[in-house]
Design a protein around this ligand. Structure first.
Ligand code: LLP
Length: 415
């Protein structure tokens, strides 16, 4: 637990608010975020990089709620987007287009047009055909697209294979060995302007060494480019800094930044970073109520009202999230499988958790601010959860709970 969550008289609180009050008022499942945690996380980043020109581009995919984007936009953040939809959200939330970098391996023509129209800072291009397409689209609009190449440094991020992106066999980026040739090709394209170089090697990294290894490879390439007359304005070192879910000991934001700054010493380029999880992960929890305690022959189940559609990480990555009672009970602990109501054996929130709980109790699934709501779905026709932001003692609903009618509003019955 971090400083934004604490027990007071056996009740779990977020900032100055008792979480049970939120559960009573708005129902469960419900995501709750601490504005102070978001703000302080961002400030730690800008403080840590202040020694040189930098831009912190929050990775929108981690949590794209407009209120969260707006908190970061007001603090001066840029944004890392991966779709036209995310661009639209950033603009709707008050983000500045000229601080947006656009990543992703499959940008469509329509998305390129939308981003060029908005005037984004940079396209992080991930392949040769994407260069060709962007040059053509920009040409057809009479524009010049600012680009960087996302290079794949072939560095092992030492994280879960599903969220590792910097190895040779991954679909991301252009091969390190081809990057120079592609930069030269891009330089010859009339509707592209080379502004930077980009890399992102994976997510939930808990050591600095892979970041440094990637930065060194980027720098070596930047030097080769300079030798062939291509000068860069910025170096984008991606996101990926991990957080503590259980007993991980990731570097602090300050340690991570210092390691990057050391690696980039003596370079003039502006630094861009694309943090997602570290800015929002431990700023949010998912509240869920125990519908039933079911005592089976081999296992006990706490069947809760949140499911894999609300928080997909356990089912998808076998991810571990702490699960805490909102109200502590003075009773014997028992071991439970914490599972949702969805009809899949993979629908679990936590395995073998020791808890002193009763039916009707509410639990907090911790560290759920990143890749929780943003990866949620309507599987089993389950409306998506409400989202609430706490600011000191104030409580704001930042997304209403979905209604079932909304889920099928666009569907048609045919005769
Ligand atoms: N930049 C790029 C190009 C990315 O692909 C990502 C994340 C980020 C930045 C932000 O990475 P972060 O700082 O959040 O680690 N759904 C998974 C995580 C997938 C990350 C995808 N890319 C999870 O729940 O663990």
């Amino acid at each position: 637990m971090n400083e934004y969550f604490h027990y007071q008289q056996e009740q779990l609180c977020i900032e100055n608010v008792v979480l049970s009050d939120i559960a009573h008022r708005f129902g469960t499942p419900c995501y709750v975020y601490s504005r102070a945690a978001l703000t302080n996380g961002y400030r730690q980043f800008s403080e840590a990089f202040k020694a040189r020109e930098h831009l912190i581009c929050y990775a929108v995919k981690a949590n794209s709620n407009l209120a969260i984007l707006n908190v970061f936009a007001r603090l001066g953040a840029g944004f890392d987007i991966v779709s036209g939809g995310e661009l639209q959200r950033v603009l709707a939330a008050g983000g500045a287009a000229n601080k947006v970098v656009f990543s992703g391996v499959g940008k469509s023509e329509a998305e390129m047009r939308q981003a060029l129209e908005a005037g984004i800072l940079c396209f992080n291009v991930e392949s040769a055909p994407e260069l060709e397409r962007l040059n053509a689209v920009a040409g057809s609009m009479g524009k010049v697209a600012p680009i960087s190449l996302r290079v794949n440094p072939d560095v092992d991020a030492k994280t879960h294979p599903y969220i590792s992106t910097g190895l040779k066999q991954s679909k991301f980026g252009v091969a390190y060995t081809e990057a120079l040739v592609l930069y030269r090709r891009a330089a010859a394209m009339p509707h592209l302007r080379i502004t930077g170089m980009d890399c992102h090697i994976g997510s939930q990294l808990t050591e600095t060494s892979p970041f440094i290894a990637a930065a060194e490879k980027v720098l070596a390439l930047a030097e080769q480019l300079a030798a062939s007359g291509i000068k860069l304005e910025h170096l984008d070192l991606g996101g990926g800094l991990g957080i503590r879910y259980d007993d991980e000991t990731p570097p602090s934001i300050a340690e991570y930044a210092q390691a990057l700054l050391n690696a980039l010493q003596g370079r003039a380029e502006k630094i861009i970073v694309e943090p997602g999880r570290v800015l929002v992960g431990n700023a949010g929890v998912l509240l869920t109520r125990i519908e039933y305690l079911k005592h089976g022959e081999e296992k006990n189940f706490a069947i809760v009202d949140a499911a894999m559609n609300d928080l997909m990480r356990p089912a998808l990555y076998d991810a571990w999230h702490a699960i805490l009672p909102l109200q502590k009970r003075d009773a014997a602990r028992q071991q439970y499988e914490v599972v949702g109501p969805i009809c899949e054996t993979g629908d679990f929130i936590g395995h073998a958790r020791e808890m002193a709980v009763d039916q009707g109790d509410t639990l907090a699934v911790m560290s759920a601010g990143a890749y929780g709501m943003s990866m949620s779905s309507n599987y089993n026709t389950r409306p998506r959860a409400a989202e609430v932001m706490v600011d000191g003692a104030q409580i704001h609903v930042v997304r209403e709970r979905e209604k079932v009618e909304q889920l099928y509003a666009a569907e048609k019955i045919i005769c």
